[in-house]
Write a protein that binds this ligand. Sequence first.
Ligand SMILES: Nc1ncnc2c1ncn2[C@@H]1O[C@H](COP(=O)(O)OP(=O)(O)O)[C@@H](O)[C@H]1O
Ligand SMILES: [Mg+2]
Length: 361
Amino acid sequence: MTKGDPLLILENLRAYYSSKKGLVRAVDDVSLEVREGECVGLLGESGSGKSSMALAIMGLFEKVARFSAGTSNDPSLRRAFEKGVPGAADLPGVRGKVFFRGKEISSLPQEELTAIRGRELSLIPQGLGHALNPQHSIGHQTAEPVEIHDENIRLIELKRKVLEYLGLVQLADANMRFVLDPGSFSGGESQRILIAMALIAGPYLVIADEPTSALDVTIQRQIMNVLKMIRDEFDVSLLLISHDAGVVAEMADRVAIMYAGKIVEYANAVDIFHNPQHPYTMGLMSSFPTIAMMQMRAGKKPKLRGIPGDPPDLTAIPKGCAFHPRCQYVIDRCKEEVPEYREVKQDHFIRCHRWSEIEKE
Ligand SMILES: Nc1ncnc2c1ncn2[C@@H]1O[C@H](COP(=O)(O)OP(=O)(O)O)[C@@H](O)[C@H]1O
Ligand SMILES: [Mg+2]
């Protein structure tokens, strides 16, 4: 495969949880492509469905969702999950297709998926807390993705590899500390270890879910630098998930904007940040200080200041366009019909009935 070829393709991906309040439409009809060698940013407010999307891509959603359905008090929800992935539209589970390197991975049996996960496709999960096993040394855990796929690797080779990767992410004193368990490492160090684990088996795509969010500002900067080094020096594509427009702006070639489980706009980063087309993206960008400043410098007055109202509860998504109650361009049609996700010009996708009529700054 060469740079620019499609690497990951999502087709009408849906991932629904069951909850006491009802069905949570966390990922709702998402279609997206990530190409070889690019960094795609997935930007959305907290609760918009970003982590659920990462889990659905990795084939881990059902496991997480079944666990929460299993602890639910509602026996019909438990039954829905026990029956497996349901065909009906309004039941919990994952639907739609995930293609990775030309192969549909969403229908693979778990054993085959395990062979891909960690080696070809890896996830740096959100929240440092649960990601590392407190019982095992970090050297042991960093080695795992290699060991799983190459049982015959010699111990000395494995150790060399672990130290090489812990060194690449600049874990201080790695050659002395790799025998320690996770409790001996700070949050920033734990994130470095998780990044080393995600890279060690040489994946084609790394999904990084809020890699800097749990950290202090100065440590965030250091982790950003590690991620940038990876983007620039490794032959790997990145799907960078964040609620922070600044993080995405710094790293991404293309940016997908998520709102209430849907991608509302997907375009190259320059267009997203300088010429957003969807009313939600326009609102987001105007509350993002750098952009507002740039607009002012260019002699323009930033139009929207933040977005009034709150994102919806995903158990009760508004009818029609989910953004319509907060949109200043709303018309009756927006309250009834879900807008289609359309490519309005090459590589620029929008889900809005009114995009062509809205006057942009
Ligand atoms: N295990 C679960 N069971 C039920 N609902 C969940 C579960 N995990 C997340 N959710 C809900 O799914 C929605 C999307 O969550 P998430 O994917 O974590 O969003 P984000 O990563 O964008 O913050 C939220 O409404 C959240 O409350
Ligand atoms: Mg998340």
